[in-house]
Design a protein around this ligand. Structure first.
Ligand SMILES: [Zn+2]
Length: 125
C-alpha cells in the first residue's frame, strides 16, 4: 500500500491512521509534530534534525537530494532506477530528507512525485 499523503510505499503494519487517511510514519509524525515549543519531545526531535545541513547528509542521501533538485520532480520509480536501490532504502532516505525539509512528496498529474521542499507547482495543498 501507499501513504495517502506522500505516496511512499509502505507495509500495512507501518500505516498510521490520520484523520481517516492511512499514512506513513513520516507523515504521521509530521502531522503530530507541528512546532510545539512547550513539548520537550517534539522540540528535541526537531532540534536534532534541524541541526543537520545538506553537507552533512550521508553520501546516498545527498545524491538522492541532488537528483531531485536537479530534475525538479522525480517519481520514486525514477530514483529507484537511477540509484538501483530498494524501495525500503529510498523510504529511509526520503524520511530523513523530508524531516530536514529538503524534499516532499507531491501529487502531480495524478502521479506521486518527489520535489524540492520549496516546490510551488500545481496541485499544492
Ligand atoms: Zn507519507
Amino acid at each position: 500500500m501507499k501513504c495517502s499523503r506522500c505516496g511512499i510505499g509502505m507495509g500495512e503494519e507501518d500505516a498510521y491512521e490520520l484523520e481517516g487517511e492511512r499514512v506513513c510514519e513520516d507523515c504521521f509524525l509530521d502531522a503530530q509534530m507541528p512546532q510545539h515549543p512547550c513539548d520537550p519531545l517534539a522540540q528535541s526531535v526537531a532540534d536534532r534534525f534541524g541541526r543537520i545541513s545538506p553537507d552533512e547528509l550521508l553520501e546516498e542521501q545527498r545524491e538522492v537530494y541532488e537528483f531531485i533538485k536537479e530534475r525538479g520532480k522525480v517519481t520514486p520509480a525514477e530514483i529507484l532506477n537511477r540509484f538501483g536501490m530498494r524501495e525500503g532504502d529510498l523510504r529511509q532516505i526520503f524520511i530523513v530528507l523530508r524531516r530536514l525539509k529538503l524534499v516532499k512528496g507531491q501529487k502531480i498529474d495524478g502521479e506521486i512525485c518527489y520535489v524540492p521542499y520549496e516546490y510551488q507547482g500545481q496541485g499544492g495543498e
